[in-house]
Design a protein around this ligand. Structure first.
Ligand SMILES: *Cc1c(COP(=O)(O)O)cnc(C)c1O
Length: 384
């Protein structure tokens, strides 16, 4: 009952069949939860099973989630973490004091805020650049020779599209590595490693788990022998940012429906973006699926099967009108986060007023509900 070879199957099959994992002890079609923190040794005082010693380094449920993710991502290896930010931190902790890093401006605010603080404390030169402007990114790479560049596409909440292939070439030419946060795209829509990224990061709290009930993060790599990947693995083993077995099991369960959820969320998001584009109370809609979006052509090459669940739009009349609409929405919960089965809406200016977010901007995470119901809700909230 060993896992079947899954490499030749499409993502929907790999995910639904949990990459071939079963419960070997019972024949159950669902892999079990392994809560043990420690593992016995045999008569020769060798680890009795699979080299397992202690769950900071050997976490069977984490390994199951990693196996599924690595196949969906086309990765050589994957690692899960107790949050997306723990994965971000694991990457940055590999940098030497005095290094230079390039980070895309106007990305997920939690990442920007933590990186600024970390780099200041560690004497790391931080260069922030609008990476969706490829020429600026290339110039910054040539000038600063960063050890690492960090990009996010589509960016949250601006929905800017970064040319992964061009950015990878530029940072590689400068001797550095490219790390791409593809939380909003998911591996179903964009396999970042195939575009030249060295490491792909996901907040697994979002679409990978998809049910707003697990906090988790993930990294995937193209080369498991690379120095940075080895350093991250050593850091996780030694510093202990390990995802617990129950969370890892829930994440694995969530990922089994990822392709289906991403398909529906993206189709719904496209319908809502089109509806809002025609709405008299809406100033602009930011969604890469719209032909009017600056990054549409690039997104169409880099994203397949849809453009993701995140849609931002600017309501005419600023903060007051935007917050008024939020209050009237019945189906969209006013809450942060994204990528879950239920639709959410957020007034980002309230959260990050200092980052240049338009006061009327609302960011929606579109769920898997009926698109007609969601459009009716937007219609009554915006007044039509
Ligand atoms: C949520 C998010 C993160 C942080 O992940 P957590 O799981 O909340 O720690 C990082 N990047 C993006 C794009 C996110 O949306």
């Amino acid at each position: 009952m060993s896992p079947k070879k899954m490499e030749n199957f499409k993502p929907a099959t790999v995910a639904a069949q949990a990459a071939g994992l079963l419960d070997d002890a019972t024949g159950g079609v669902v892999p079990p939860i392994h809560p043990a923190t420690t593992f016995v040794r045999d008569d020769n005082y060798e680890p009795a099973v699979d080299g397992n010693v202690y769950s900071r380094s050997h976490a069977p449920n984490g390994q199951m989630a990693e196996k599924i993710l690595a196949q969906l991502e086309g990765a050589a290896d994957a690692m899960v973490f107790p949050s997306g930010m723990a994965a971000v931190a694991a990457v940055f902790r590999t940098l030497a004091t005095g290094a230079s890093v390039l980070v895309q401006s106007q990305i997920y605010w939690g990442t920007t805020a933590w990186i600024r603080d970390f780099c200041a404390r560690r004497d790391i030169t931080l260069i922030e650049v609008e990476a969706a402007d490829t020429a600026s990114f290339q110039a910054a790479c040539a000038e600063h020779k960063p050890a690492l560049a960090w990009v996010e596409t589509p960016s949250n909440p601006w929905l800017r599209i970064v040319d992964l292939q061009a950015c990878a070439q530029a940072v590689h030419a400068a001797g550095g590595v490219l790390v791409a946060d593809l939380t909003t795209a998911t591996p179903i829509i964009t396999q970042g490693l195939s575009f030249g990224a060295d490491i792909v990061m996901h907040s697994a709290t979002k679409a990978l788990n998809g049910h707003s009930d697990v906090l988790a993060g993930a990294l995937s790599c193209r080369d498991a022998q690379s120095d940075i990947w080895q350093a991250i693995r050593n850091d996780r083993n030694a510093a202990g940012a390990v995802l617990g077995p129950f969370e890892a099991w829930l994440l694995m369960r969530g990922m089994r429906t990822l392709p289906l959820r991403v398909e529906r969320m993206s189709a719904n998001a496209m319908k809502l973006a089109e509806y809002l584009s025609d709405h008299p109370s809406v100033e602009t809609v930011l969604y890469p699926g719209l032909p009017t979006h600056d990054g549409h052509a690039l997104a169409s090459q880099q994203m397949k099967g849809g453009y993701g669940s995140l849609v931002s739009f600017v309501v005419k009349g600023g903060a007051e009108k935007a917050l008024g609409a939020v209050k009237r929405l019945q189906l969209f919960h006013p809450a942060t986060s994204l990528g879950g089965v239920e639709s959410l809406v957020e007034h980002r200016h309230t959260i990050e007023p200092h980052t240049g977010i338009p006061e009327g901007l609302l960011r929606m995470s579109v769920g898997i509900e009926d698109a007609g119901d969601l459009i009716d809700d937007l219609a009554q909230a915006l007044g039509q």
